[in-house]
Design a protein around this ligand. Structure first.
Ligand code: HEM
Ligand code: HEM
Length: 182
């Protein structure tokens, strides 16, 4: 198994990036929802800071991932997969990329328009070339509070599709994105 993708399987780098980003995004959604109905205070701010730190790491990983995506081949859909399934699979994959990037962008603008940078825990804060502004801060919050919902819907379809292909169709779709699955 090499670093690069082949027409039959994802390579090690694509697999590593897929699963690191997946774990990160699930944690970010969980923390985002958790802080949303908390009263203002230290605890809420702390959860937002952890949320934003993981999100900044996901932003860096996603940047590498999308560049790597275009430097590589992508495994073709399995032989015998119905045309409607191929179409839905591609729409969901591109929908996920788009939703994740919009959500990350909105998060970065919430930080920037609030006068902050992008934190990576206590190691580093990446400064942003965005002016502090109350009105646009609220606008980006509106986007951020909306886009995670379609993102979650896409994620649920994505996971159901993976399970359907693995357990019902019994093809290689899950095997080629994982290591050691029978
Ligand atoms: C894939 C990336 C991201 C996901 C899935 C995500 C998800 C969420 C969710 C579900 C919420 C709760 C929204 C609600 O109350 O309805 C939230 C709030 C928040 N997120 Fe993110 N987020 C992401 C990236 C970021 C980034 C990059 C930052 C900033 C560096 C950020 C900063 C915030 C802040 C400050 C809030 C609280 C403000 C608000 O409630 O509108 N997020 N996020
Ligand atoms: C937020 C979390 C996730 C995101 C953003 C995401 C995104 C993606 C994207 C964009 C692809 C297409 C890769 C490409 O060809 O460029 C993909 C492939 C894949 N994902 Fe996810 N994914 C997530 C979570 C999961 C989870 C939890 C599973 C577990 C069932 C999963 C299983 C797969 C599989 C099996 C493939 C390979 C599909 C194929 O070979 O056609 N993903 N994922």
């Amino acid at each position: 198994m090499g670093l690069k993708n082949t027409t039959a399987e994802y390579g090690t780098l694509a697999k590593a990036l897929h699963w690191l980003v997946a774990i990160g995004i699930i944690a970010i959604i969980f923390l985002g929802i958790q802080q949303s109905d908390m009263p203002r205070g230290d605890e809420k701010s702390y959860i937002r800071y952890i949320h934003a730190s993981i999100a900044t790491i996901v932003l860096l990983l996603m940047t590498v991932r999308i560049v790597w995506r275009f430097m590589n081949e992508t495994p073709a859909h399995p032989d015998g997969m119905a045309a409607w399934q191929k179409t839905i699979s591609s729409i969901v994959h591109w929908g996920l990329y788009a939703a994740v990037f919009v959500q990350l962008t909105a998060g970065a603008f919430i930080a920037g328009t609030g006068g902050k940078g992008l934190p990576i825990f206590s190691f580093l804060t990446i400064p942003l070339p965005i002016a502090e502004d109350r009105e646009s801060h609220e606008w980006w919050e509106g986007i951020h509070e909306f886009v995670w919902k379609p993102l979650l819907v896409l994620l649920v379809i994505h996971v159901l599709g993976a399970l359907y292909n693995h357990f019902i169709k019994k093809n290689d779709v899950v095997r080629r994105m994982t290591v050691g699955i029978k």
